[in-house]
Write a protein that binds this ligand. Structure first.
Ligand SMILES: Nc1ncnc2c1ncn2[C@@H]1O[C@H](COP(=O)(O)OP(=O)(O)OP(=O)(O)O)[C@@H](O)[C@H]1O
Length: 270
């Protein structure tokens, strides 16, 4: 799919881990102001793609334009500025600081990256906490929060600096259905309220279809489908439909590439 004004535009991008080619000359555009869910079999490279967009990993070749800046060639300082001013990231491992309370966790990026007076930081933090429904929980410590609340505080922290794009990696993992529903609603709501571009990596087909404007399906180092959930469910190729319907048998292989099984067993080495 070609997008008229993408916020992120990847062209001819290749990336390997050791001798494993994760991306092979990939092109993809992520539309501005929309929620795009990036999906695909385990180990395809979804998290890797977010890290490439965030400049934490460098591609072997190709361009990764974020709002007109080619991330892989940005000097260090400009990359930090881009990340700080425009990108919010919510990684599953992005734990809260356990020795800071909820308020101070959300205030942290503002205190580190801005010279704003404390009175303004207070207003901003309360605004972000209000947006995730936890203004009343600001004095609690992370140990006093449920998993779902902690995820919402992390979300408030990741929007503290008013990013233009926010990348979520598996934001629903480990949440009970109610907390999951709240996060789904929040991701969608924040996208609209703040005019964000959102990229969401998730395995949850139902939740992703419910909030995403577009789905981007990756397999074997390339995009195998890009479109609205309806388009892909109704018109996607066999591989796309296999994935969205959760069918174990189909064109997407169950096995990670391996040597011949029989010779592997007989070789007797690990
Ligand atoms: N730090 C690393 N060093 C070496 N290989 C890595 C590293 N991180 C990831 N990989 C490999 O890169 C590939 C892509 O990993 P990635 O985590 O991006 O996949 P994913 O699609 O997000 O998977 P999942 O859905 O299981 O989270 C995998 O084969 C993984 O084994």
């Amino acid at each position: 799919m070609s997008v008229s004004q993408p916020y992120v535009s990847v062209r001819g991008m290749s990336f390997s881990r050791g001798d494993r080619l994760i991306y092979n000359n990939m092109d993809v555009d992520f539309p501005r102001g929309k929620v795009t869910a990036i999906m695909g079999p385990s180990g395809t490279g979804k998290t890797t793609l977010l890290r490439l967009i965030g400049g934490q990993l460098l591609p072997d070749s190709g361009t990764i334009m974020v709002d007109g800046h080619n991330v892989p060639t940005l000097p260090r300082k400009e990359l930090f500025d881009l990340r700080r001013k425009k990108m919010g990231m919510l990684f599953q491992t992005g734990a809260l600081f356990t020795d800071l309370n909820v308020f101070d966790n959300v205030a942290f990026p503002l205190r580190v990256h801005t010279d704003l007076p404390e009175s303004m930081i207070r207003d901003l933090v309360l605004m972000k906490l209000e947006a995730v429904g936890l203004r009343g929980a600001r004095h609690l410590s992370p140990a006093e929060l449920s998993g779902g609340m902690a995820r919402r505080v992390a979300l408030a922290r990741s929007i503290a600096m008013d990013p233009e794009i926010i990348m979520y990696d598996e934001p629903f993992t480990g949440l009970d259905p109610i907390s999951m529903g709240m996060i789904v609603k929040l991701i969608r709501g924040l996208n609209e309220a703040l005019g964000l571009t959102s990229l969401l990596v998730s395995h949850d087909v139902e939740e992703s279809c419910a909030i995403a404007d577009y789905l981007c399906l990756l397999s074997d180092g390339r995009v195998i489908g890009f479109g609205t959930p309806e388009e892909l469910i109704n018109e996607g190729n066999d591989e796309v439909r296999q994935f969205l319907r959760g069918e174990p048998d189909g064109p997407v292989p169950f096995h990670y590439p391996a040597d011949d099984y029989r010779s592997d067993i007989l070789a007797g080495v690990n």
